[in-house]
Write a protein that binds this ligand. Structure first.
Ligand SMILES: Cc1cc2nc3c(=O)[nH]c(=O)nc-3n(C[C@H](O)[C@H](O)[C@H](O)COP(=O)(O)OP(=O)(O)OC[C@H]3O[C@@H](n4cnc5c(N)ncnc54)[C@H](O)[C@@H]3O)c2cc1C
Length: 486
C-alpha cells in the first residue's frame, strides 16, 4: 500500500459536509421509502423511549430502512444522555477513531463533523473527543438526519396489548400507540443506581450517586469520599479535587486497582457479530471473566486524580458502616474509620425492572437469565442473572409463555442487553451494528405480521412494465427457411 498522503487542511465547513451526506444518501438510494401499511394516521411503526446515543442511532437505522419512527425524551433538547449533565470525564473514554453511530455513512462520523469545522490536522492533534463536544456532535447528528425527537416528554407507562399496538403513556402528552417500542432509556433504564446497604439510611445531604447532578462547587474545602475504582469514581474524585475539595479519599473494595479492559482489548468484528449465537455458558463465562477483573478507568482519568496530593487511594476498604456524627459522616472500613463531609457513590447500576414505574406492566413478565440459565457451582452471579434474556432482535421474552402477550413487541436497547447480544448497547463502539440488527429484525417482523396485506397487494399489483409496443409477434412460418431447404 502506498503511504497515506500528508494531512491537508480540510476544514470545508459543515454546509459542505451536509451536502456530501445528502449526496451519499442519494447515491445509496436512502432512506428507503416507507413501506409498512399505515393502518391509522397516528399509529407509529416504532416508538423509541430515549433520545440519547442508542435512541438516536436506532431512530436513524429505522429511518434508513423505511420505518416511521418517533423518539420521546424527557430531557431538554441538547441535554439527552449523561454527556453534559452527570458525566464528569474530560474526554470520551472511547478512542476517537471509532465510527460509533455513523451506520456505515462516512459523512456522518464524528470525525467528518469535526474535520469539516477544524481540519484534519486538528483531528490528528486531538487525543480523545472532549465530552461536551460529543454532545454537540449528537445534536448535529439529530439535526442533519432530521430525526423526529420530542423533548420534555416523560414516558410513564409502557403497556403491551397482545396483537394490538403497544400503548405508551406520557406525563404530559397523552398516550402514543406504536407497533413496536424500543427502550433506549439509558444505562439505568432497567433499574437504578446501586447504593450500598450501609448508606441507604443516611440523610441525602451527605451523599450522592455518580449519576446524580452534583454541585461540585459546594465541595470546596470539604472532605470528600468516593466509593469505587472505575471510570466514574476517577471522574468524580478529580472533579471534586479540581473544585477545591480539602481531601478526597477513594474507598476501593478490591485489594488492587483493576487494570485490564478485557472487552475493549479483545474486541473484534467477530465478537460483535457472533456473540449472540454463542451458547449461554460461553456468554456467561465471558462476562464472569470480565467481572472478575472489573473494568478499569482509563489511564488519563486515574492520572487526573493522582496528580493531586490531596487524593488518597484506600484499597481493601469497603464501607462497613456509615453514620452521621456531629454534622459530618463517620465511615467505617476494615482498615479504619474516616470523617467525611460528603460521599459520592460510583457504584454502578443494578438491573431491577420492578423498580421502574414505567415498566410496571411488563416487569413481572420479563424473562431474565435467572429464569433460563443455571450457572455452574462457583460461577453464580446475581447481577448477571438479573439480565434480560432477550430474543435475536433485542425483544423481551415472556417468563411464562402467554402471560404477557405483546411483550415481544418491546425491545431492550440499553446496557442490560449485553449478556445476550455482546457489547452492542454499552456505548459508542458497536452501536451501529446493534441498531441495524434490531431495526432489521423489527422490519422482518412487521413484514411477516402484515403478510396477508402484502400478499394481497402483490396479487392485485397490475401496473404494466411493458406497454405492448416493445415487440411484435412473428407472423411468418415457424420453421426456418434453411431447415426447409435441408
Ligand atoms: C458517566 C458516563 C460516561 C460514559 N462515557 C462513555 C464513553 O466515553 N464512551 C462510550 O462509548 N460510552 C460511555 N458511556 C456509556 C454511554 O453513555 C451509554 O452507553 C450511552 O449513553 C447509552 O446511550 P443510551 O441512549 O442507552 O442512554 P443515554 O445516553 O443515557 O440516554 C437515555 C435517554 O433516555 C431518556 N429517558 C430515560 N427514561 C425516560 C422516560 N421514562 N421517558 C422519556 N425519556 C427517558 C433520558 O432522558 C436520556 O436522555 C458513559 C456512560 C456514563 C453514565
Amino acid at each position: 500500500m502506498p503511504d497515506a498522503p500528508a494531512p491537508t487542511e480540510t476544514a470545508t465547513g459543515l454546509a459542505a459536509l451536509e451536502a456530501r451526506l445528502r449526496d451519499d444518501l442519494l447515491l445509496l438510494n436512502l432512506p428507503a421509502r416507507p413501506w409498512v401499511p399505515q393502518r391509522e394516521p397516528d399509529l407509529l411503526d416504532v416508538l423509541i423511549v430515549g433520545g440519547g446515543l442508542n435512541g438516536l442511532t436506532a431512530a436513524a437505522a429505522a429511518r434508513l430502512i423505511g420505518l416511521r419512527v418517533l423518539v420521546l425524551d424527557r430531557a431538554p433538547e441538547g441535554a439527552e444522555g449523561p454527556w453534559i449533565t452527570s458525566a464528569r470525564m474530560r474526554t470520551l473514554r472511547t478512542p476517537k477513531d471509532l465510527a460509533g453511530p455513523a451506520l456505515g455513512l462516512p459523512a456522518l462520523t464524528c470525525r467528518a463533523w469535526f474535520e469539516a469545522q477544524h481540519g484534519r490536522a486538528a483531528w490528528e492533534a486531538m487525543e480523545r473527543i472532549p465530552r461536551a463536544m460529543w454532545m454537540d456532535y449528537m445534536v448535529w447528528y439529530r439535526r442533519v438526519l432530521d430525526l423526529p425527537v420530542r423533548n420534555g416528554v416523560e414516558v410513564t407507562l409502557v403497556r403491551p396489548q397482545g396483537a394490538a399496538p403497544v400503548l405508551v403513556e406520557t406525563a404530559s402528552h397523552g398516550t402514543f400507540r406504536a407497533r413496536r417500542v424500543i427502550l433506549a432509556n439509558g444505562i439505568d433504564g432497567l433499574g437504578g443506581p446501586v447504593v450500598p446497604a450501609a448508606v441507604t439510611g443516611l440523610d441525602r445531604r451527605f451523599w450522592a450517586h455518580s449519576s446524580d447532578v452534583i454541585d461540585m462547587g459546594a465541595l470546596r474545602g470539604k472532605r470528600v469520599g468516593v466509593v469505587g475504582a472505575g471510570a466514574s469514581a476517577m471522574d468524580n474524585a478529580a472533579s471534586a479535587l479540581e473544585a477545591g475539595a480539602a481531601r478526597v479519599d477513594l474507598l476501593i473494595r478490591r485489594a488492587e486497582m483493576p487494570r485490564t479492559d478485557k472487552f475493549t482489548g479483545s474486541a473484534s468484528k467477530g465478537m460483535t457479530l457472533g456473540f449472540l449465537d454463542l451458547p449461554p455458558e460461553d456468554k456467561w463465562r465471558f462476562f464472569r471473566i470480565a467481572n472478575a477483573v472489573q473494568l478499569p478507568a482509563p489511564r488519563q482519568s486515574v492520572l487526573r486524580v493522582s496528580r493531586h496530593a490531596k487524593a488518597r487511594f484506600h484499597f481493601a476498604s469497603p464501607i462497613l458502616r456509615a453514620e452521621a456524627d456531629r454534622g459530618a459522616l463517620r465511615v467505617v472500613t476494615p482498615r479504619g474509620a474516616l470523617r467525611l463531609d460528603f460521599l459520592i457513590l460510583a457504584t454502578g447500576f443494578a438491573i431491577a425492572p420492578e423498580t421502574r414505574p414505567e415498566l410496571a406492566a411488563i416487569a413481572p413478565h420479563i424473562r431474565s437469565w435467572a429464569d433460563s440459565y443455571t450457572a455452574p457451582p462457583g460461577e453464580e452471579d446475581a447481577g448477571l442473572a438479573a439480565s434480560p434474556d432477550l430474543g435475536p432482535g433485542f425483544e423481551f421474552r415472556e417468563r411464562v409463555p402467554g402471560a404477557c402477550p405483546g411483550l415481544e413487541r418491546i425491545h431492550c436497547f440499553s446496557f442490560p442487553a449485553v449478556l445476550t447480544h455482546g457489547k452492542m448497547t454499552s456505548g459508542v463502539p458497536a452501536v451501529s451494528d446493534g441498531a441495524r440488527r434490531m431495526t432489521e429484525a423489527i422490519a422482518r417482523s412487521l413484514f411477516v405480521e402484515d403478510r396477508v396485506q402484502f400478499l394481497a397487494a402483490f396479487e392485485a399489483y397490475g401496473r404494466p412494465e411493458l406497454l405492448g409496443d416493445e415487440w411484435r409477434p412473428w407472423e411468418g412460418p415457424m420453421e426456418d427457411e434453411s431447415d426447409a431447404a435441408a
